[in-house]
Design a protein around this ligand. Structure first.
Ligand SMILES: [Zn+2]
Ligand SMILES: [Zn+2]
Length: 181
């Protein structure tokens, strides 16, 4: 783990590897690519890592949908299971960085500890309102929202405008029906 911000990003992107869209983590290679894209170039992963990380993914997913007390309980459970007392390391010539998983963790253990700590810190800093799932009818993507004051409802502007257009159409249709057309 380098920074909490990075671990929040990995948590969000991990959950979004499977929403309404087809599964993106279809092979160990796909998982390796995911980790590479999130700053872990040296990851060697196998089928077992893939299966374990999918289990972690489904444990993190409800954090984005649940009421605050339930989301906090889920994060606390993950922290209890996977996070250890943080320690600084500069192993292999890397810059000093924090480790929050036990030494020599599996990729799933590493991800569970980092994602849970990242999301817990984010919730503590911004409130659970800033952690959510897209409100568009056919989208299940999740997001975090640190910047805006207003709670965000959609994963992307695309989902937002799609929903606006759909509800405008529904209203026009209702209006047309009312006026007997
Ligand atoms: Zn390290
Ligand atoms: Zn969406």
């Amino acid at each position: 783990m380098t920074t909490p911000e990075r671990m929040v990003r990995i948590a969000v992107d991990l959950v979004n590897t499977k929403s309404r869209n087809p599964e993106k983590l279809t092979s160990p290679e796909a998982l390796g690519q995911f980790l590479l894209e999130h700053g872990e170039p040296a990851a060697t992963v196998d089928e077992r890592d893939l299966a374990q990380i999918k289990v972690i993914r489904e444990r993190i997913r409800p954090v984005f949908h649940a009421e605050p007390a339930d989301a906090a309980r889920i994060l606390n459970e993950l922290l209890t299971e996977y996070a250890v007392r943080p320690y600084l390391s500069d192993h292999d010539g890397s810059p000093w960085h924090l480790h929050v998983a036990k030494p020599e963790p599996t990729w799933a253990e590493w991800l569970a500890a980092g994602a849970a700590l990242g999301l817990a810190g984010f919730a503590a800093g911004h409130g659970f309102d800033a952690i959510g799932a897209c409100a568009a009818a056919d989208c299940e993507r999740v997001f975090v929202n640190a910047a805006e004051r207003r709670p965000r409802r959609f994963c992307t502007p695309t989902c937002s405008s799609r929903t606006r257009v759909a509800s405008y159409r529904a209203r026009s249709k209702a209006a047309a029906a009312d006026s007997g057309h």
